[in-house]
Write a protein that binds this ligand. Structure first.
Ligand code: SF4
Ligand code: SF4
Length: 619
């Protein structure tokens, strides 16, 4: 299936794909993103199809810039969309809140990650931002709604001249369902910035704030009566009514069907502003109310307030019966409904719960790929610095360095924060922290921190892990790679030139696969006073192997010669190095990706089993 095929009538799409299809059907002209799971695929699909579908796409250096670029295009008359993960909205918020005042016709797509499946920093509920910024918000429950709401969002934002938020969650992003499609018509349009004052300033800001309240009221008037995304699904049994939104609606439908219950549901798809009429109609019909929503009690608080405003007294259930942490599951909804209606829990569920509780699943911690350039860097840092230094971590594949055997991250907070926090530690204690930051993260949020360290005379070692790609989110290019999101050649920014321009005190550039030479340089950089930077260059091994395989070139393989004490491998943990039942070390030939670093740890004890002329071996 080609997502940009105008002729298809229906397709099996994930929520992320459906957002793209909705944007295409709405005639998108300009799309931007900074990659972040669970929303990464939206940008990745835009990247693949933008050229042939005649619209502009870019991976921006961070989410704030992605939002600003899309706003510039929107101010210039282009239909614009920006997508990002939930934390991305935190980065972009500084510009988004004023843009709401400035009548910017922009579609903003974000994805929350209940359960923190791919987001380790926090489990935020971004619906609060809608309330904070008076930002109209749509919450699709499935792929069809993701498509329909995206299309609607483009029409809405053009008509009302206000940004609109589409808030997805992980399940909606990644679940597939059958979607009805319509035709695509994209005009290859060049925008024109018609001069108009879009800026802010004390007097105008207050005026614009007032206007925003008036606009919110107008939206409430316009959509109170006629709102396709907020509807009541009638049920004959009025003793309990359920208010729900997003993917929770699907769970409620599934459970009611399983229990053979015919309870009324108020489905909230257009969740901000609050459209009171449907609530009033619904609350008048039911005796008691259950609010089913993931994460925070946002709808629950609003429902309680509205009941008071309507002068109604009804029992409301919500977070007293359902978890406010982690992903909601259909079985939790089942338990809540059974609890309220005093129904016995179905025997098969009880059996399932028992089986699940008894299940013993082997732990499978995340691990760096065989031959990963970060592994050798971590190993060398430990050799050069020991374990007692303070280590600042950051966001990327290299956060796995926080786990054994390396344990090289005392704190991982947010993009770029490892540098900022470490500077504070250095100033406060006189200790010399070692900070790891990836190439994409350095461009995203590291540069201002580096400038701050130099300006304020820090004493730190910054290790920039330049693996030539944004690896963790799916191998998107970044400003150091020399390729745009549309696959065109562009300038490849040299990190060393940026670092030099920041006037750091010491700079060393290492090849992460050349241990002997690199180890000396790391020791030198750590011993030096001031802001020292080591740029650890080593391509993501997955990219190397993929490139060689596509060209039918062998990846070199290695094995162990004879018996020896190979216990240092326990501190290195390459997944290709294994032990047989007798405790003897060997290298799994299918897993080895030929970085040759093990051969430098044990010179003379490792031999190549296959060679490649294309990769240099440093032993
Ligand atoms: S994807 Fe690349 S950078 Fe990430 S762990 Fe694997 S080899 Fe390392
Ligand atoms: S060469 Fe050694 S360290 Fe590199 S991937 Fe193979 S086994 Fe692992």
């Amino acid at each position: 299936m080609q997502i940009n095929n105008s002729k298809i009538k229906q397709a099996l799409l994930s929520g992320n794909e459906a957002v793209v299809r909705g944007a295409l059907e709405a005639g998108v002209n300009f799309a931007t993103t900074y990659p972040g799971t669970p929303a990464s695929e939206i940008g990745d699909i835009f990247a693949k199809i933008s050229k042939e579908s005649n619209f502009y796409f870019e991976y921006s250096t961070n989410e704030k810039i992605a939002l600003e670029a899309a706003s510039g295009a929107a101010f210039s008359g282009l239909k614009s969309i920006v997508s990002m993960k939930h934390y991305g909205l935190n980065v972009a918020l500084d510009s988004l809140l004023p843009l709401i005042y400035l009548e910017c016709p922009l579609v903003v797509v974000i994805s929350d990650d209940p359960g923190s499946w791919s987001s380790i920093q926090s489990e935020q509920d971004s619906r609060w931002f809608s309330r904070l910024g008076h930002l109209p918000t749509l919450e699709p429950a499935d792929s069809q709604e993701a498509l329909d709401m995206t299309k609607f969002a483009f029409e809405f934002t053009q008509k009302y001249k206000i940004p609109i938020l589409i808030r997805l969650t992980t399940r909606v992003c990644h679940s597939r369902s059958l979607v009805k499609c319509n035709s695509i018509s994209i005009e290859n349009k060049i925008g024109k910035y018609i001069k108009k004052e879009f800026s802010v300033g004390t007097a105008v800001t207050l005026e614009r704030h007032k206007n925003l309240f008036l606009k919110t009221r107008k939206l409430q008037d316009d959509f109170n009566k006629n709102n396709q995304f907020n509807f009541i699904k009638n049920g004959h049994d009025r003793k309990l009514g359920i208010v729900t939104s997003g993917v929770s609606y699907c769970y409620v439908r599934e459970i009611l069907e399983n229990l053979n219950l015919d309870l009324p549901i108020l489905k909230i798809g257009f969740s901000y502003p609050i459209f009171k009429n449907k609530y009033k109609e619904f609350f008048g019909q039911v005796n008691e109310i259950l609010i089913v929503e993931e994460l925070n009690p946002v709808l629950e608080r609003e429902a309680r307030r509205l009941l008071q405003e309507f002068g109604l007294t009804k029992k409301v259930y919500g977070k007293d019966l359902l978890p406010g942490v982690g992903e909601l599951k259909p079985e939790y909804v089942l338990q809540a409904i059974s609890n309220i209606l005093k129904l016995p829990l179905p025997q098969d569920l009880l059996n399932q719960q028992k089986e699940f509780a008894e299940l013993s699943i082997a732990p499978r911690p995340p691990i760096l790929c065989a031959g990963c350039p970060h592994r050798s860097t971590f190993w060398m840092i430990k050799k050069a610095v020991g374990d007692q230094a303070v280590f600042g971590g950051d966001i990327g594949c290299y956060l796995i360095g926080a786990l054994p055997p390396f344990k090289l991250a005392d704190y991982i907070v947010s993009m770029g924060a490892g540098m900022g926090i470490s500077h504070g530690v250095a100033k406060a204690t006189g200790q010399k922290p070692v900070i790891f930051i990836g190439d994409s993260t350095f461009f995203h949020a590291g540069i201002p921190s580096l400038i701050n360290m130099v300006y304020n005379q820090s004493d730190v070692l910054v290790v920039i892990l330049d693996n030539r790609i944004t690896a963790m989110t799916g191998h998107q290019p970044n400003p150091g790679v020399g390729l745009t999101g549309q696959g065109e050649s562009t300038k490849a920014l040299k990190i060393e030139e940026i670092v030099k321009a920041c006037e750091v005190d010491n700079l060393e550039i290492i090849n992460t696969f050349n241990i002997k030479e690199s180890l000396e340089k790391i020791k030198k950089a750590y011993a030096a006073k001031g802001v020292s930077v080591v740029i650890a260059k080593g391509e993501c091994r997955l990219l190397t192997v993929r490139r060689l395989t596509q060209k039918n070139i062998n990846v070199p393989k290695f094995d162990i010669t004879g018996d020896s004490d190979f216990s240092e491998f326990n501190n290195f943990k390459c997944p290709a190095i294994r032990r047989n039942e007798g405790g003897k070390y060997y290298i799994d030939q299918n897993t080895c990706w030929g970085c040759a670093v093990c051969g430098q740890i044990y010179p003379g004890k490792i031999h190549p089993t296959t060679k490649s002329k294309n990769l240099k071996i440093y032993f």
